[in-house]
Design a protein around this ligand. Sequence first.
Ligand SMILES: Cc1ncc(COP(=O)(O)O)c(C=O)c1O
Length: 307
Amino acid sequence: MEIKNRFAYFEGRIVPIGDARVSIMTSALNYGLAVFEGIRAYWDPVRGRLLVFRLDDHLKRLWQNGRILCMEPPLSRQAMAAAVADLLRREAFPGDVYLRPLLYKSTCEIGPRVHDNACDVSIFATPLDRYVNTEDGIRVIVSSWRRVSDAAIPPRGKISGSYVTAALSKSEALLAGADEAVLLNESGAVSEGTVSNLFLVRDGVLITPPISAGILEGITRRTVLTLAVELGLEVVERTVLRSELYVADEVMLTGTATELAPVIEVDRRPVGDRTPGPLVRRLAKAFDDVARGRSDRHADWCTPVSL
Ligand SMILES: Cc1ncc(COP(=O)(O)O)c(C=O)c1O
């Protein structure tokens, strides 16, 4: 049976999803003036509840990013967390769910501007199993588009307008027969995927580009760095160049939707033996155990919502 979205949080309350509509004059729609989050809630079939992963961290990032666009959210972070829980209970999807909070410029004035204008908040939730094939691994290409720099649209901001580059790159990848794209930054170094951060493994060391490479400060990235240290792995944040992707032992993309996705091919060159590598598998298992509440460690990362 197809499960349909029925509700959304819109203009301060939960409404039928069809009533959650904005004017075609809205600044967010015309100029890309919005910041958003993607949050996963994992279904716990044993206890019939959802576990929202790192909710506080996602809302903290949303509030921080709102500051970049001079936004004063019309509710507190605590009220937003309560709205997330309310929405999940109303939708009552018995499976893994993806949540999309959006902080958007609701003003209908003509002309782009970030200061002294109104913003509002919306949230929808939708069932989401896998975003990419995390079991068998994915094939990526290096995009011909560049990751936007902090001097243009701050990449840390998760700003709606900046996802034009992500869309161009994702389509480039799909039309080339690959699954995902990796973007270089303005300096030609590796930054990240279209909606994911990037890791590689060389000689047992886990390497990831630094925040200064023009990446989103990924919450899954931070989670993986913590879990890797707990597993006793050596972890390095440093510049990664394109050719290093071709000689890496393992490559992985990480993100809320993407989860931990092993990369088995870069620009048609095999990564390792073209199957998910051992360290990526170990990290993915550790992540799954924590996010699905199967491990006692980091229980504070999971907010339970009983349906
Ligand atoms: C551009 C970009 N990079 C990285 C990520 C991964 O971030 P997170 O792990 O917080 O979902 C995302 C997705 O949110 C993204 O859109």
